[in-house]
Design a protein around this ligand. Structure first.
Ligand SMILES: [Mg+2]
Length: 287
């Protein structure tokens, strides 16, 4: 079958890696803002085996072995995780620092992302530490959410390709909602922190209201977002870094692990080991 092998790297791609791709029909090499992107078009009977062979020796190079339809056309929908993917920060950690529970919460977050704790349960535990915080915490913490390097370039490339862009987050609507508006995104889902007014001050209750955005919900978000825009699942790309992204990886046409925990990196179609989110565009949009 026809395949496109895409390699994205911050430095030169080793010849030994290129030599593993048998008889490419054509090759293009492009300079990018982060380094270089190489596309090799070929025919191959076993793309999964080729992908495995390439990734085994890829080192710091991101490798994708794409089959149709994405081998030949750009993705039409991009859904991103937020904490440690779209942003370098973890929202709950930023909020917990404000509550003076930073260390304890960072430890729970880390264990949850490694898949050692049930996400929903760990979320409830972490959110409980936020009880009593004034909602002014959102305006204090919002500016401390830092976009990953290349994030805006990736969104620009997606829009230039005519794709819809959204976020699904185990973080909080009160923080990622404004971020989605600033970035002009087409979809946003996250957990909503419950608030109550006590003595004239609106404060967090330490609880989440509504459905928790866990790994199953993230997969449902991908399908709902795709359905809303009449996009075939094969033409969707999901990007994330943690265990709670694994179900949306399965649901997407292409899954991209970004500076990911080992479990997420191993199960994604593409793993980007270097901190440049715009490298996703090489695989999703050939850009
Ligand atoms: Mg994450």
């Amino acid at each position: 079958m026809d395949i496109r092998v895409t390699l994205a790297a911050t430095g030169p791609v080793p010849e030994s890696l290129l030599a593993l791709i048998p008889a490419p029909i054509s090759t293009t090499v492009d300079e990018t803002a982060y380094g270089q992107r190489i596309n090799l078009y070929a025919r191959h009977d076993d793309p999964a085996a080729l992908r495995q062979a390439l990734r085994a020796v890829a080192g710091n190079v991101a490798v994708g072995v794409l089959t149709r339809p994405l081998a030949a056309q750009p993705a039409r929908l991009l859904l991103l995780d937020v904490d440690s993917t779209l942003t370098t920060t973890e929202a709950v950690d930023l909020l917990a620092e404000h509550a003076g529970a930073g260390e304890r919460v960072a430890e729970i977050t880390e264990r949850a992302m490694r898949g050692e704790l049930d996400f929903a349960e760990s979320l409830r535990e972490r959110v409980a530490t936020l009880k009593g915080l004034s909602v002014t915490v959102f305006s204090d913490v919002g500016p401390r959410m830092t976009l990953s390097p290349g994030a805006e370039d990736l969104i620009r490339a997606a829009k230039a390709a005519g794709a819809k862009v959204g976020i699904t987050s185990g973080g909080f609507t009160q923080l990622v909602g404004p971020l989605a508006r600033i970035l002009g995104l087409d979809f946003c889902n996250a957990n909503r922190l419950e608030t109550e007014t006590v003595g004239g001050v609106e404060r967090l209750t330490g609880r989440v209201v509504g459905d928790i955005v866990d790994r199953q919900q993230k997969a449902r978000d991908l399908l709902r977002f795709a359905h809303e825009h009449k996009v075939d699942a094969e033409l969707t790309v999901a990007v994330g870094d943690g265990a709670n992204d694994l179900d949306m990886f399965d649901a997407a046409g292409l899954s991209v692990a970004y500076c990911a925990k080992p479990a997420a990196a191993a199960s994604a179609d593409v793993s980007i080991p270097f901190p440049r989110l715009d490298a996703v565009a090489a695989f999703a949009f050939n850009a």
